[in-house]
Design a protein around this ligand. Structure first.
Ligand SMILES: [Cu+2]
Length: 740
C-alpha cells in the first residue's frame, strides 16, 4: 500500500519526503478508480498490513460438514513466509494440513503456493489464520464456517432470520505486530517504544495483568471501528463503524470470533440480552446472558432478537481493565459497533447499558475471575465460568464425556502456562518452564526427529536442558486412554496474566475450573489456588489431596460440560480438560495471545506413535520441493473474492457469503500518515519514577553483561546448527531433500 489523504471529497496518493524533522508533501495525485477500490479504512490511520485477496478482514469461507475442502494459498508477499491454520478443524487423517509452520508443514515461501485439502469437520463457527510469525491481527485471519449437513438443523433454538459473522480483534495503530511481539520478547512492553512512556500495562478485576499489552488498542468489528473521542483526528471519527441490521421481532445469529493478538473483550448490546447457543463448534443449551467475555482464539454463537423499541443501540466491546499497574482505578476502554432496527431511521445510538440490579442481576458468561473479585467492579453480576455453560443433551450423546474405567485407563498431564524467571529478571513465556522453539524440520514430515534429544525435550528428560530450557517441547499421549489435561497458570511471581490456550486437532470437555486465593478485603488475588501443589521450579505439579488422583476430582461437571478448543486459564488458577486423544499426529497446544505464543508459550502434543499416524501422501511438498508459482493467474492473485480457475479448487465446495450487512471496510474516508502519540498513561509519582529509573539502569547493565555471555556462547555453540544447509543431524538422504 501507500499513504493516502482525503481532502474536499477526493482521495489522494500522498508522496512526501522528510527533510530534517519536518515532513514535506511533494505531490498529491488523485487515486484512480481501481486504487479507490483497494482502500481499506479500518481506524483511519495509515498502517502497513497484510491482506488475503485484497480484503480485510479476509474472505469468509463457508462449507458443509464432511465436505472436502481444497484451498490454494499463494504467497504473494515480498519477504514473509506464511502458513494457514484452520482453527477448530480436526484434520482427522490429514495432520499435515493443520498449517502450523514447522510442526505440520514447512512455511510457504514468497512466490510459492500450497494447496490445503481436508475434510470440513466439526460443524460450527471456526476461523482460519496465519500460523507463521505474527501476522494474524494485521490481516491474515478470516471466518471459516462449517454448516451442518443438509437437514441437520438445530431444533432447540429459535429460528434464525439472519446469520452473520462478527470478527472482533484488537488493533494497534502505531506499532506493527512484529514490534509488539519483540517488545514482549524482551519484556519491554511496559516501556513501550511506540509510546515512549513507562508502564502501559493495566490490571483486570482480580488485580492480574490485562492481556492487552497496550491499553489504547481499539477493538475492530469486521475490520471497522470509529472514534467518538474529541481528541481524535477527523479521519478517526469519519471512518465507518460496523452496523448489524435487525428487523422488529426478527432474529440475528452473531458468529463472534476473537481474532485478536493480545486482548480480551467484554461484549454487550445496550438494552438487549444475548442468547448464548454455541462455542468453538459445540452446541450449548441456550442461555440468556448480558456480557460475553471472549479471548483470542475463542468463538461464540449468540442470538439477538429485535424485541425492543425500533431504534439504534450500541454494541460495546469493553476491555476488562479496571486498575493501572499501580492499582489506581481506571476506566475500561470501549469500542463500538451498532445494532440498527430496519424500521428506524439511521442515526448514531444514544442508548445506555441496562443497569444490573439485585432483583435482575446481569449474567457474565465465560467469566474467569472469582465472584469475590468481580463484585467490586461489576455489582449485581453473576459470574458464569466456562465449565458451568452446558452442552446440549444431543451433543453429549454424540460425543460422550470420557470417563476412565480403571486407573490404567487414564493418562493425566499437568501443563503450566507461565512466565519463567523472577520478578526482576526478564521472565519469558514457557510451558512447564520450557520455552518452545520450533524444530529444524517439521515434526509431522520427519516424525523420527522426536527421538533426537538435541532437538526435543520434555520434563522426563531435563538433563539436556539446563537452567534456561529452550527446545521443541513434545508431550506424548497414548491413543487408547482417556486423557485428562490440567492447565495451570502459576509462576510464583506477584502478578501475571490469564492465558487462552488452544489445542489443535482435538477438542475437549472443560469439566472443572479453579481460581486463585482472593484477599477478602481488597478483592484482589493474593496467592495460588490451594488444590494444586507446584514443584519449586514450576516444571511439574500434582494434586495437593492425593484422593484427587486417578480422575477422582470432586465437583467436576462430567454430565454436560462444554466442548471447547480454546479455554482461558485464570491467573493462579487451573482448568481440567477431558478428551479422547484418538487423532494421531503432532498437535500444537499454545497460548493464543500472539505475544506469548510467538516467544515460547507452546507445546506439541504428540498423539500416538509415528507408526499410528496416517501415511504422508507421496507427493507432499517438503521444505525444498514446494512448486514454484509457474502459472500466472492474475484472477487468483488480485482477488476480489473470485474463485481461481485452478483444478485444485473444488468449485462447488467454496461458497462466499457476504460477511455482514455492512460489507467490507472499503473506502469512505481515509487519512494521512500516523501522527498521534496519545497513549493513555499512568500518573507515576516522582518516587516511583526514580525507583524505576534505578532499576532500569541496573537492568541495562545486567542485560549488557548477560548479552556478552550469551553472544560468546551463541557464537561458539549454536552457529553450526543454524547453518542454511539445514538440520545437520538427520540422515543424508533427508538432508539432500532439505537443502536448497
Ligand atoms: Cu498467554
Amino acid at each position: 500500500g501507500f499513504p493516502v489523504d482525503y481532502n474536499n471529497g477526493t482521495f489522494y496518493k500522498k508522496i512526501s519526503k522528510s527533510v530534517g524533522s519536518t515532513n514535506h508533501v511533494c505531490d498529491q495525485i488523485p487515486l484512480t478508480e481501481d486504487e479507490l477500490e483497494e482502500v481499506l479504512t479500518v481506524d483511519g490511520n495509515y498502517k502497513f498490513m497484510f491482506a488475503i485477496n485484497n480484503q480485510f478482514p479476509a474472505p469468509t469461507l463457508v462449507f458443509h460438514d464432511q465436505q472436502v475442502v481444497s484451498i490454494r494459498v499463494y504467497n504473494d508477499m515480498s519477504n514473509e513466509a506464511v502458513s494457514f491454520h484452520w482453527h477448530g478443524m480436526f484434520q482427522t487423517g490429514s495432520p499435515w494440513m493443520d498449517g502450523v509452520s514447522m510442526v505440520s508443514q514447512c512455511p510457504i515461501q514468497p512466490g510459492e503456493f500450497f494447496t490445503y485439502q481436508f475434510v470440513a469437520s466439526p460443524p460450527g463457527t471456526h476461523w482460519y489464520h496465519s500460523h507463521h510469525g505474527a501476522m494474524r491481527r494485521s490481516g491474515l485471519a478470516g471466518a471459516f464456517i462449517v454448516l451442518p449437513k443438509e437437514g441437520d438443523k438445530r431444533e432447540d433454538i429459535p429460528p434464525v432470520d439472519k446469520d452473520v459473522v462478527f470478527l472482533a480483534q484488537d488493533w494497534q495503530a502505531a506499532a506493527s505486530d512484529i514490534e509488539v511481539v519483540k517488545e514482549m520478547a524482551w519484556l519491554m512492553y511496559s516501556f513501550s517504544k511506540s509510546s515512549g512512556k513507562l508502564g502501559t500495562q493495566m490490571r483486570t478485576y482480580d488485580g492480574s495483568i490485562s492481556s492487552l499489552t497496550h491499553p489504547i488498542s481499539r477493538a475492530l468489528v469486521n475490520g471497522k471501528t470509529k472514534s467518538f473521542s474529541a481528541s481524535d483526528t477527523e479521519n478517526e471519527k469519519a471512518v465507518p463503524m460496523e452496523i448489524f441490521n435487525v428487523t422488529q421481532n426478527g432474529s440475528l445469529l452473531l458468529r463472534i470470533i476473537q481474532t485478536g493478538m493480545t486482548g480480551e473483550y467484554k461484549i454487550s448490546i445496550d438494552q438487549h440480552k444475548l442468547l448464548l447457543v454455541g462455542s468453538d463448534g459445540g452446541d450449548l443449551i441456550p442461555t440468556w446472558i448480558d456480557y460475553l467475555i471472549i479471548n483470542p482464539g475463542e468463538t461464540y454463537d449468540v442470538m439477538v432478537f429485535g424485541n425492543n423499541t425500533p431504534g439504534n443501540y450500541w454494541i460495546r466491546l469493553e476491555t476488562t481493565e479496571v486498575l493501572d499497574f499501580f492499582y489506581n482505578p481506571v476506566q475500561p476502554n470501549v469500542s463500538f459497533a451498532q445494532l440498527h432496527y430496519q424500521e428506524a431511521e439511521e442515526a448514531l445510538p444514544d442508548s445506555e447499558k441496562r443497569e444490573c440490579t439485585v432483583s435482575e442481576p446481569c449474567v457474565m458468561a465465560n467469566c474467569h475471575w472469582s465472584p469475590d473479585a468481580l463484585k467490586r467492579w461489576e455489582p449485581n453480576t453473576k459470574c458464569v465460568p466456562i465449565n458451568e455453560v452446558k452442552s446440549t443433551p444431543k451433543s453429549v450423546a454424540q460425543v460422550p464425556v470420557p470417563i476412565p474405567t480403571s486407573e490404567n485407563d487414564l493418562q493425566e498431564v499437568f501443563l503450566n502456562f507461565h512466565f519463567s524467571g523472577s520478578d526482576l529478571i526478564s521472565p519469558r513465556p514457557a510451558v512447564n518452564t520450557i520455552h518452545y522453539k520450533g524444530p529444524p524440520v517439521p515434526l509431522q514430515l520427519y516424525p523420527n526427529i522426536v527421538n533426537d534429544q538435541t532437538v526435543v525435550c520434555n520434563n522426563q528428560d531435563m538433563t539436556t536442558c539446563g537452567d534456561y530450557c529452550q527446545c521443541t517441547h513434545v508431550v506424548k499421549l497414548s491413543t487408547s486412554k482417556v486423557t485428562q489435561i490440567v492447565l495451570m497458570a502459576e509462576d510464583g511471581l506477584s502478578t501475571g496474566t490469564a492465558h487462552p490456550v488452544h489445542l489443535h486437532g482435538n477438542r475437549y470437555y472443560v469439566v472443572k475450573y479453579g481460581v486463585g486465593v482472593i484477599n477478602e478485603t481488597s478483592g484482589l488475588l493474593q496467592g495460588p489456588n490451594q488444590d494444586i501443589e507446584y514443584s519449586p521450579d514450576y516444571r511439574s505439579a500434582k494434586w495437593r489431596n492425593s484422593s484427587w488422583n486417578n480422575g477422582n476430582i470432586p465437583d467436576m461437571n462430567v454430565k454436560d460440560p462444554p466442548l471447547k478448543d480454546t479455554v482461558v486459564i485464570p491467573y493462579k488458577g487451573y482448568v481440567v480438560l477431558r478428551l479422547k486423544t484418538e487423532n494421531p499426529g503432532f498437535w500444537l497446544m499454545h497460548c493464543h495471545l500472539e505475544t506469548h505464543m510467538s516467544v515460547g508459550m507452546a507445546v506439541v502434543i504428540q498423539v500416538g506413535d509415528p507408526m499410528e499416524m496416517p501415511k504422508l501422501p507421496d507427493n507432499f511438498p517438503m521444505c525444498s520441493s514446494y512448486p514454484a508459482y509457474n502459472e500466472p493467474d492474475s484472477k487468483s492473485k488480485s482477488g476480489s473474492g473470485e474463485k481461481s480457475g485452478s483444478n485444485h479448487m473444488e468449485d462447488d465446495a467454496l461458497l462466499q457469503l457476504p460477511s455482514t450487512d455492512g460489507g467490507s471496510t472499503k473506502s469512505q474516508s481515509v487519512r494521512n500518515s500516523y501522527h498521534r502519540d496519545d497513549y493513555s498513561i499512568m500518573n507515576i509519582s516522582v518516587g516511583w519514577f526514580v525507583l524505576m529509573m534505578i532499576l532500569m539502569v541496573l537492568f541495562v547493565f545486567g542485560f549488557c553483561a548477560l548479552s556478552l555471555v550469551l553472544i560468546s556462547r551463541h557464537c561458539t555453540w549454536t552457529f553450526p546448527a543454524r547453518s542454511r544447509r539445514g538440520y545437520h543431524d538427520i540422515d543424508t538422504e533427508e538432508r539432500v531433500v532439505f537443502s536448497k
